[in-house]
Structure formats: C-alpha cells, structure tokens
Design a protein around this ligand. Structure first.
Ligand code: ADP
Ligand code: ADP
Length: 231
C-alpha cells in the first residue's frame, strides 16, 4: 500500500534548514494498523502530511498502491487523495460555515455518492460519535472534543481505504478515547489501512504494529503485539 524509500524533507526558513525527515524508509501493507510514536519534533507530523500528499517531499520515492506520487500533477494528486485517504487531523479544520451534517457529507460529495446513501452514512457516522442531535450546529458551537468527533465522523463516512490520524484521541476524555480507538479497530477489521500518530503509550500498545520516529528516521519497524514501546 504505502511505500516510502529514502524520503527526505527539508524546511528552509530564512537562514535555517531543518531536516524534518532523512533517509525515511517505511512499508505499510494493505490492512495494517500502525501506531507511530516518537519525541516531539522528530518528524511525525511531517511524515503524515507527506503520506497524505498535503505537502511535497524533498527527495526519495513515495508510492501509494503502486502509484509514484512524485510523478503526479496537482490534480491527479488531489484526485488520488480524495479517493483513497481519510484524515483525522487536529489542524485539519472543519469548514466553519457548514453545519455538522454538511461537514461530514463533504467527502461523500467528492466521491460522487448518491444523496440517499450520503444521508444514510452521515446519520450513521454522527450517531456513532454521539452527535446525532447536533447535526444542524456549526463547528464553532462545539467544544474541541466534539469538533474532534465530527472530524472522526467525517473521516469514517468517506470509508477511506487509507486513514491517517494525528493524535485522534488528543482532546477526548478516556471513555471517548477508548470508543474512538474501538471505532478505528472496527474499520481496520473492515479493511481500512490505518496509520495513527499518538503520544499515548496505552493506545499505541493496542495497535498491532508500532514504529518509532527519532530524528526524522524510523527506528523500529515491527514490534508486534505485547512488545510495543513507549515514547
Ligand atoms: P513532530 O510531529 O514529531 O513533533 P514535526 O514533523 O512537526 O515533528 O517537525 C519536525 C521538524 O521539522 C521540527 O524540527 C520542526 O520544527 C520542523 N518543521 C515542521 N514544520 C515546519 C515548517 N513548516 N517550517 C520549518 N520547520 C518545520
Ligand atoms: P491544493 O492547495 O490544491 O490542495 P496541494 O495541497 O495538493 O494543493 O499542494 C500544495 C502545493 O504543494 C502545491 O503547489 C503542490 O504542487 C505541492 N505538493 C503537494 N504535495 C506534493 C507532493 N506529494 N509532491 C510534490 N509536490 C507536492
């Protein structure tokens, strides 16, 4: 599914160059569930942004389902992203002038799904995250944790084959965090490939595969169940 070979990412700001990723190698197979941990500033978010085709990389090769991302133009890349990838990102904002229902519906419109099916999925997903009663509310009328749940509903409604999550339980209390993790596990069983960045060692331990990013590199590949590591 995802194949990164010798990926590098250099940020240039004024006089300063930051190597956010260097010689970054990772293979994620179809239907894997990978938790990514690592110290702050180690490159986790940069990795997710590149994996989601939200920003370009400086060197190396990234293939998604055999498609060489570096060779695509902007439109082709955006199409591929809309087709395959779902995001649960803290910074990936909800659209402020759309109510919750409409926000969750966005990826379904992108995919050309018919209106009756859209309605069914949006209602199901809002129900799943406990916000069915709030469908008409605007994002600004919700708490951070509730907005996070809308972002999750939106990602799930699209039934992406590849789900990228950045601290998906960051704003949530422990009960809601567990429920979200269970949701992720469920959609993984149903066939989605998941890559999740988390600071929460307990959450990471629940994922079948853990990797660690340190100084822009993957340091651990395959520590399987019960042998995962803390950050
Ligand atoms: P993490 O998510 O693990 O905390 P990041 O991927 O956000 O790490 O950052 C990796 C490194 O790249 C850090 O040194 C960070 O300061 C730097 N960095 C990230 N984004 C930018 C940017 N837009 N401009 C300059 N430096 C950046
Ligand atoms: P848009 O604003 O249309 O959503 P993108 O988010 O796709 O644009 O990309 C923002 C900028 O970064 C564009 O100029 C695009 O060329 C570049 N870019 C984004 N992702 C990649 C990538 N994976 N490889 C090369 N360039 C990229």
């Amino acid at each position: 599914m995802l194949d990164m070979k010798a990926i590098s990412k250099v940020y240039q700001t004024d006089m300063v160059q930051t190597h956010a990723l260097r010689d970054f190698n990772l293979h994620v197979a179809e239907r894997e569930f990978v938790a990514v941990t690592g110290p702050s500033g180690s490159g986790k978010t940069t990795f997710l942004n590149i994996a989601g085709m939200l920003e370009p990389f400086s060197g190396g090769q990234y293939c998604l389902d055999g498609v060489d991302i570096g060779k695509l133009n902007d439109n082709a890349r955006a199409d591929l992203r809309n087709q395959k990838i779902g995001f649960i990102f803290q910074g990936f904002n909800l659209i402020p002038d759309l109510n919750l229902y409409e926000n969750v519906e966005v990826p379904l419109r992108y995919r050309g799904i018919k209106s009756a099916e859209r309605k069914r999925r949006v209602e199901e997903c809002l129900e799943l995250v406990g916000l069915a009663g709030r469908a008409k509310h605007l994002p600004q009328q919700l708490s951070g944790g509730q907005q996070q749940r809308v972002a999750i509903a939106r990602a799930l409604a699209g039934r992406p084959r590849f789900l990228l999550a950045d601290e998906p339980t960051g704003n949530l209390d422990s009960l809601m965090a567990r429920q979200v993790m269970e949701l992720l596990e469920q959609i993984n069983r149903e066939g989605a490939t998941i890559v999740m960045v988390t600071h929460d060692p307990e959450l990471a331990r629940r994922a079948p595969r853990n990797i660690q990013i340190v100084d822009g590199r993957v340091t651990d590949f395959t520590l399987y169940q019960g042998r995962s590591m803390d950050t």
